[in-house]
Design a protein around this ligand. Structure first.
Ligand SMILES: [Zn+2]
Length: 417
């Protein structure tokens, strides 16, 4: 008796039956093979496309509460004038409400995981655990909150987390930290075996700071000298990484979280995807926070990554669909450190989405997977599952009205003077 059977789903151009047992896929067979197998539940997938879900590798989830504030502003002005004063008023309850809203938005775009860097991390972990998604939650360090690196109380949660959740150490960026802070965080990562997550080479201003304040040619060279570039380190943005930087990133076994819509909105720069791929860099895709994107749809973000790569290289074949798809799913899942995640095959973790083919993007023919990335929107996402649990059905989450109401109330407390 299986827990779940998906009957007759369209997957990679073939009709298949898929069985789920516990948290894993138990079978993937030609359609009809499992017609008589027993299951606690079965879904008729005749009009559904079966895909791996998205894994969002760079977020500040609770920034959903700060969306739509001074959208036409340079990064440093926006942070210092609009965002940081309001973030100083964040409570764990507000972060919990904002994170649940972000998780809901992610699920509606077919995303089951996020790599977060924000405040009040226990509240983020609680939201992720309750909503059944995967998360890596970063203990964020900036100069003003760096006293607790070696005895951060949140580290005690580490041994209580389920396999779907984990911690990272997340020094914010080179312009909000000192060399001493970065070296202490790198030593702590060594001691605890935790991965790092940091903003890197996001803007041209950051390159100037690397030169003038720290005496290095590029932010990546500086971060490497501080011990930050290590296997598993997730570098967000890297728009201004040079070819030598990209080779260094690949050699050190780091991953890049490419956030095209945030880069475009803040006019930060264009991540050199084709050059990074040629250098062997592990490239993944992230939305960044909702205040600088401003949406959390991984469908839109993945399409934007393709457009950015093609325009940046002035070549329509600079990024092909199969490579794009892999970056947003399998590579991203591996970059977040989840074993056996990101592929639909027996034995792998049962993370999947079912896309409704009875929506406009799929009526005109063509490759359904291409149509999903390039033409569909969140309205096409029907079902989302993580570790065998169905989290979204019919495009709806059972707690949706309560999540929206709580986020509305939390945002009100931050946005009113
Ligand atoms: Zn960010």
């Amino acid at each position: 008796m299986f827990d779940l059977i998906l009957d007759n789903a369209l997957h990679k151009g073939h009709r298949v039956d898929v069985a789920v047992q516990g948290t894993r896929f138990a079978a993937l067979e030609p359609a009809g093979t499992l017609a008589h197998a027993q299951a606690k539940e079965r879904l008729d997938c005749a009009r559904r496309l079966l895909r791996p879900p998205f894994y969002n590798t760079h977020t500040h989830q609770a920034m959903t509460l700060l969306r739509g504030i001074d959208d036409d502003c340079a990064l440093m002005d926006w942070l210092t004038r609009e965002i940081w004063p309001r973030e100083a008023r964040l409570t764990p309850e507000a972060v919990y409400a904002g994170t649940r809203l972000a998780i809901l938005e992610g699920l509606k775009s077919g995303c089951v995981a996020f790599n977060d860097m924000y405040f009040h991390q226990p509240a983020v972990l609680r939201a992720a655990a309750e909503m059944g998604v995967r998360a890596r939650v970063g203990l964020m360090y900036m100069n003003q909150v760096s006293d607790h690196i070696e005895n951060d109380a949140t580290l005690t949660l580490r041994d209580t987390l389920p396999p779907t959740l984990g911690l990272t150490l997340a020094p914010h960026a080179l312009y909000t930290t000192t060399p001493d802070l970065l070296r202490r965080v790198a030593a702590q990562a060594d001691a605890l075996g935790l991965p790092l997550h940091i903003h890197a080479a996001e803007t041209a201003a950051e390159t100037a700071i690397a030169k003038e304040r720290f005496g290095f040619d590029t932010p990546i060279a500086y971060l490497d000298a501080c011990g930050i570039l290590r296997p598993g380190t997730l570098l967000a943005h890297c728009c201004h990484a040079t070819e030598a930087d990209l080779e260094r990133i690949a050699k050190r076994g780091c991953h890049v979280a490419h956030c095209p819509q945030s880069n475009q909105k803040l006019a930060s720069g264009v991540f050199p995807w084709a050059k990074a791929a040629a250098a062997g860099v592990s490239i993944t895709i992230g939305t960044d926070g909702a205040a600088s994107n401003n949406a959390l749809s991984m469908i839109a973000e993945t399409k934007a990554a393709a457009l950015s790569a093609k325009l940046g290289a002035a070549a329509p074949d600079a990024l092909r669909l199969a490579d794009l798809d892999r970056a947003a799913t399998e590579t991203a899942a591996a970059a977040l450190g989840f074993p056996d995640v990101g592929k639909i095959q027996p034995g792998a973790q049962a993370d999947f989405i079912l896309v409704n083919l009875d929506t406009p993007a799929f009526a005109g023919g063509g490759d359904p997977d291409a149509n999903f990335i390039y033409a569909a929107d969140t309205a096409a996402v029907d079902t989302v599952a993580c570790a065998g649990r169905l989290l979204l059905r019919g495009g709806r989450h059972p707690d949706e009205p309560a999540i929206l109401a709580a986020a509305r109330a939390a945002a009100h407390t931050l946005l009113t003077p």
